[in-house]
Design a protein around this ligand. Structure first.
Ligand code: ZN
Length: 187
């Protein structure tokens, strides 16, 4: 970022972070966008226009061990259609088309993590999805990624996966169509 560019400032909106179901105060920290009320168990998402708390289903994977703090992911099936993939050297386009021929389950990390971490978790789960079986509620890391960011991050994951192939990719044109994301807490 050059010294002259500053982030676009959005007007501050104050939203009472009180569970709409049981009136419990949510111990929300700046930057967080989703919670489970620790009193009544209601999942809540802060978003939309006007900014408000809305009910959100939060699924906790049965694979999270007792005493462990789970990691939140936005999870949804996505269809990728590659319209053009060119390379400098080698050609893995056939493998690429085969991989994306079927819908894939996308996992976008929703806790605060570095981009490299986001890509490595997301790409590993895209290649080898975790079985999705819901279990009992568990504590989880704060959710900071709003669902509006999921499309761009899923596209980033596709680029990252394609760049990882053994050929030298030059250019990739593609579309990603995602189903609405669900919030899952995984181990
Ligand atoms: Zn509540």
């Amino acid at each position: 970022m050059s010294p002259n560019t500053r982030p676009v400032e959005t007007p501050v909106q104050l939203v009472p972070l009180v569970c709409p179901r049981c009136a419990n105060f949510l111990p929300a920290q700046p930057g967080e966008v989703a919670w489970v009320c620790d009193q009544c168990g209601q999942g809540l998402l802060l978003g939309g226009s006007p900014l408000a708390l809305r009910p959100l289903d939060v699924f906790c994977s049965a694979s999270v061990r007792h005493g462990q703090r789970g990691r939140p992911f936005w999870v949804m099936p996505g269809r990728v259609s590659i319209t053009s993939r060119t390379t400098y050297k080698g050609d893995e386009s056939r493998a690429a088309r085969e991989f994306w021929a079927a819908p894939r389950l996308f996992f976008v990390p929703a806790w605060e993590c570095a981009l490299e971490e986001l890509l490595s978790f997301g790409a590993a789960l895209l290649k080898k999805p975790e079985p999705m079986a819901a279990g009992s509620p568990v504590p989880f890391l704060p959710v900071v990624t709003p669902p509006e960011d999921v499309q761009a991050l899923a596209e980033f994951l596709v680029i990252s996966l394609e760049a990882e192939r053994r050929d030298a990719m030059k250019e990739l044109k593609f579309d990603v169509t995602l189903d609405p994301p669900q919030l899952w807490v995984l181990s």
